[in-house]
Design a binder for this molecule. Structure first.
Ligand SMILES: [Zn+2]
Length: 249
């Protein structure tokens, strides 16, 4: 059972847990067929707040070691995520011809975008664990809670189109599986090259901040009025900061 105590196993298990948390978002659909748009908008806004708060924790953690390297990391993160997104969009168009059903294509595109999104989160979990174990657990919890509304959003697309709630649970988890898969190389890289830790922290933060404004906030605004989105983003940041004080980080 020694292997369970290895740091790398711990990183994998925590990152896997964040992915499994995405499946929790599908649970309401075992009981109801639909949820209100405004509830989905609010939960997207809360997910954005958690991601923003986690990003700023990563930046502060990086700042405590090397400020300029953290900023360099942020710049690389935003470049990577913008390029990955562009690549993803191009690919999704190529695959259109292979898929007859328009609905299924929409689903695949959605999952593809979620995978690019999960990449940033996986890297942030991995580099956080390379900083300290406690910081890693803190970021993993933030990402896990943030994933629940994302599972909700995925299920909300799938269930009304005839996917069973149980399958929606699996698709939700599947959309987040890149998280444990990305967490490991990110963790190993920063463990080996400890001097680049601020770069890794900044990279994850830059990618996640872009994601919040390019992906999550527009989605929240589609379903919910701006004032409410602002309220839930702020409340989520507040809750996350309070949690950080409570656990004494
Ligand atoms: Zn996410």
């Amino acid at each position: 059972m020694d292997i369970l105590n290895e740091p790398i196993t711990q990183v994998f298990l925590y990152a896997l847990l964040t992915a499994v948390a995405t499946g929790l978002g599908a649970i309401p659909f075992f009981f109801i067929k639909d949820i209100s748009d405004s509830l989905l908008g609010k939960s997207n806004a809360a997910a954005s707040g958690l991601m923003l708060a986690a990003s700023f924790s990563l930046i502060m953690e990086g700042y405590s070691i090397d400020q300029w390297m953290t900023l360099g990391g942020m710049l690389s993160g935003v470049i990577i995520v913008v390029l990955a997104n562009k690549w993803m969009e191009g690919r999704a168009e190529i695959e259109i011809t292979d898929i007859a059903s328009g609905k299924r294509m929409a689903m695949l595109m959605f999952l593809g975008i979620m995978t690019v999104h999960s990449f940033a989160e996986g890297v942030s979990v991995g580099v956080s664990f390379a900083s300290t174990m406690e910081f890693g657990v803190f970021i993993a919890i933030a990402i896990a809670v943030h994933n629940i509304p994302e599972g909700l959003a995925i299920s909300l697309v799938m269930v009304p189109q005839g996917t069973s709630p149980l399958k929606a649970v699996w698709w939700s988890i599947f959309s987040s599986l890149p998280q444990p898969l990305m967490a490991i190389p990110a963790f190993v890289f920063v463990e080996v090259f400890q001097q680049y830790l601020p770069l890794g922290l900044g990279l994850a933060a830059g990618a996640m901040i872009w994601m919040v404004f390019a992906d999550l906030i527009p989605e929240a605004l589609e379903k919910c009025e701006p004032k409410k989105v602002g309220l839930w983003v702020t409340l989520a940041i507040l809750a996350m900061s309070a949690f950080q004080i409570l656990i004494g980080h």
